[in-house]
Design a protein around this ligand. Structure first.
Ligand code: ZN
Length: 224
């Protein structure tokens, strides 16, 4: 019997994955959140993830993924490398891209899910706010889904609620799920490790802020 009442959410502690967690909480009877410790620059991310799970009453598991940093150290794991402002013009991903990261995260979330008899795996990747990360694209997710099913002879279902929506719509979604304040105050997106509205200047903060301002503007204009 397929377990349709439970799901696994890949949770980084940022805006997108937390919005996905809220989304999953509404849709499933029980939700497990999985986070990964890969010695990221901001271990605070994991603290945020834990705090969010405590607040939402979600079972949380942190998996050790330090190996990833041994193999592919980059600007998200080392403080001596500055994060690229934008993706390079030659089409290569920005230096915040960690080779294989999403693939590894999804693989381990799938192993965790299968052990619990769960098929649905939710991840907050999005192709809309183009980050230049190849493993956030829909084609990769679909391919990964097929690969997982073949690898484990099991029917996984990778769900990406944010794939085709931008940051503004992500704020709207969090709000519609009753989690606007939670996402605004408790998540960490900032590359400088500042929770909530962040430093305001790094690429992640700028993207988040633009979306938030656009959402708030629309919201006020609708109500007035
Ligand atoms: Zn920032």
């Amino acid at each position: 019997m397929k377990n349709m009442d439970e799901a696994v959410v890949i949770l980084s502690g940022g805006q997108d994955s937390t919005t996905c967690l809220l989304w999953a909480k509404k849709k499933y009877k029980k939700v497990f959140a999985v986070s990964f410790d890969y010695n990221q620059r901001h271990i605070k991310e994991l603290e945020c993830a834990k705090e969010i799970c405590d607040e939402l009453g979600v079972e949380h598991r942190i998996l050790d993924m330090e190996l990833l940093n041994q193999l592919a150290p980059n600007s998200l794991t080392r403080t001596d490398i500055e994060v690229d402002e934008d993706a390079p013009e030659d089409g290569t991903p920005p230096n915040s891209f960690v080779d294989g990261r999403n693939m590894v995260f999804i693989l381990f979330a799938a192993i965790f899910a299968k052990q619990k008899g769960i098929s649905d795996i939710i991840t907050g990747v999005s192709q809309s706010d183009f980050s230049g990360y190849p493993d956030c694209r829909d084609v990769f997710i679909k391919s990964m889904n097929v690969t997982l099913n073949l690898a484990m002879d099991y029917e996984f279902n990778i769900i990406t609620p944010l794939m085709w929506i931008d940051k503004e719509a992500t704020w709207a979604l969090a709000d519609s799920l009753g989690g606007f304040e939670l996402v605004r105050e408790k998540t960490l997106t900032c590359y400088n490790g500042i929770k909530g509205d962040g430093c305001g200047n790094c690429p992640a903060c700028k993207l988040r802020k633009r979306g938030l301002e656009a959402y708030l503007e629309k919201k006020t204009s609708v109500h007035n």
